[in-house]
Design a protein around this ligand. Sequence first.
Ligand SMILES: [Zn+2]
Length: 185
Amino acid sequence: MLRAPFAALALLLAVAAPAQAATELSSIFESVARDAKTLQVEPARPVDWFPVRGIVDFGEADARFGASRGGRAHEGQDVFAKAGTPLVSVRAGTVVETGDDGGRGNYIAIWSPAAKVTFVYLHMRAPARLKKGGPVDAGARIGAVGCTGSCFGDHLHLEMRQGKGTRGRPLDPLPMLRVLAGRAR
Ligand SMILES: [Zn+2]
């Protein structure tokens, strides 16, 4: 006996609610749009960046992390791009090492306290301009793709080392690189 009035009430609410909600939402949207204009909100800066700012190729099996290289395991992922393509810092951090040797060529290592890894960029076209101990913003330019050191074609060899410094356990950077490459920016 009591069901009918409740059913009628429920029906009334169902009909009335969407119209009311739409009005409220549109007025909220209007006020948000007004506030955004007056506040001049800065666009958010991403906290992680794809390290190569150009057209890239992850290469074949021998470019992968763990590939056999003359009896040793390849400790990074190669990212092929034209010489001179800008390299940027994946994360904000500190320069912990730069150098130039026969194997790595011109290289730079950036420690990210947030990610707890050190990103190491090898074979850069020119010696790193950033100084050891200096801070680096996420997305800041740190060099350019080249083929210095032991290299077989212009590319970035990127290493991701656990902890601070270039001696930590190497991790496979490819899953992270694929995620970052898939983002439109
Ligand atoms: Zn490599």
